[in-house]
Design a protein around this ligand. Structure first.
Ligand SMILES: Cc1ncc(COP(=O)(O)O)c(C=O)c1O
Length: 416
């Protein structure tokens, strides 16, 4: 499937019939009658996961009890699952570990990078980056109290703003709102030319777009487990540190799981030699088991087929929305059809929140990002072209009928 643009009339059934991933949909639990376009925010439940987690609970916890730290290799789970994620991001097995949340991992790696960058004082990012990324820089800088500052540069000038004072460039590889995609190799090379390190947030990239961290000479990365990896709500995150930085970077959170010999119970902190130094506390084994199940499913699949279908779904949605919904004030945000992008599509509408609520009430689940963005995640593992076509039918109907004006769709929920 190489489709990046579509000519009318579109034979949706033929597209689905030609989909090499069509059977993967059956590997997920999806409610009847729902078109789920939010897998970029919370991935769907793999059918194998409840059984996997139940086994860990009943056999490993219930029967194995504390022995399972050794007999079921609970203690090795962060590295074991990290090594599996490494395969999805083009890293070596010992460069990735599962730990904490993306926010906490950002904090650990920001402070570690600043500590390794001597007198350099600037962290460079872009305005509109995912909030937690910017907040974590601000709080890391405040904690360090060493005169660092956060500088924000729009992406078209960002590379030119990297200077001899730049300690770290922090970017989200696929933008959470627009799905704009950075050229990881080019930005990394430009940063290295000035002596800066780069920390990539892969939350909207892993499992959705091709990644080759080692091929790009990437330094550092973090990413969520609950989005395209289907690890479940609040799944643990992962972090990547290139092997060449293992000896020099130190985590600011020196918990015992990052110690060289945690079970020596000595008083002095000595960081582990490798990626384990970025662990902090005891891993959440049930949550790691659910994440491992999602990652295992990804590892069964032809990754090229996944990325190709993701692009085709995005191109299909964009063309359909532009053709059928532009007259109602809907405007594409982010790359045009066929351009490099992440695997979600965002459109702007002045009443985007209410329109999204009306869609959700009709079984089309996307999300809303303030102030006016409706976001549709296109998960190639379980979405059919027919699902996308149905979503656009319903969107067009909601817009044409102005069904979104109903009072119940104006009520703001805590999570949008
Ligand atoms: C780019 C990006 N980074 C980080 C996060 C969230 O991090 P955490 O799991 O720590 O809440 C998100 C959540 O949507 C995100 O989109």
């Amino acid at each position: 499937m190489t489709t990046d643009s579509f000519r009318s009339p579109i034979d949706v059934a033929a597209l689905d019939a030609a989909d090499p991933l069509a059977a993967v949909r059956d590997r997920f639990t999806l409610p009847e009658g729902i078109v789920y376009l939010d897998g970029n925010s919370l991935g769907a439940l793999p059918t194998q996961t409840p059984e996997r987690v139940a086994r860990v609970m009943h056999d490993e916890w219930g029967t194995g009890l504390i022995r399972s730290w050794n007999s079921a290799d609970w203690i090795g789970a962060p590295q074991r699952v990290g090594a599996k994620i490494a395969q999805l991001i083009g890293a070596q097995a010992h460069e990735v570990v599962v730990a904490d949340s993306t926010s906490v991992n950002l904090y650990k790696l920001i402070v570690a990078a600043l500590g390794a960058q001597g007198g350099r004082r600037t962290v460079l990012s872009e305005p509109g980056n995912f909030p937690t990324d910017l907040y974590m820089v601000e709080t890391a800088i405040a904690t360090l109290g060493a005169g660092h500052r956060l500088e924000l540069a729009p992406r078209d000038t960002l590379v030119s703003r990297i200077t001899d004072d730049t300690a770290l460039v922090l970017l989200t590889h696929v933008h959470y709102k627009t799905a704009d995609l950075y050229d990881m190799a080019a930005v990394t090379a430009a940063a290295h030319a000035k002596g800066a390190l780069v920390l990539w947030d892969l939350s909207h990239s892993v499992g959705a777009v091709p990644l080759d961290l080692d091929g790009c000479h990437a330094d550092l990365a973090v990413g969520c487990g609950y989005k395209f990896l289907n690890g479940g709500p609040g799944a643990p995150a992962f972090l990547f540190v290139a092997e060449r930085h293992h000896a020099t970077l130190r985590s600011p959170l020196g918990g015992w799981m990052g110690h060289a010999r945690p079970f020596a119970f000595v008083d002095e902190y000595e960081p582990a030699a490798g990626i384990a130094r970025f662990l902090c506390g005891t891993p959440p084994i049930l949550a790691v088991a659910a994440l491992e199940s999602g990652v295992d499913l990804h590892l069964e699949l032809d990754r090229q087929a996944v990325y190709t279908k993701a692009r085709a779904l995005a191109a299909f949605l964009i063309e359909q929305v532009q053709t059928r919904c532009s007259a109602y004030g809907v405007e594409l945000v982010g790359p045009p059809a066929g351009a490099p992008r992440g695997s979600h599509v965002s459109v702007r509408h002045p009443h985007g929140y209410a329109v999204m609520q009306a869609l959700i009430a009709r079984g089309v689940i996307g999300d809303f990002r303030a102030p006016d963005i409706m976001r549709f995640g296109l998960t190639p593992l379980y979405l059919r072209f027919a699902d996308v076509a149905r979503a656009v039918d319903i969107l067009e109907d909601v817009l044409r009928s102005e069904a979104w004006r109903a009072p119940e769709y104006q009520v703001r929920h805590a999570v949008t």
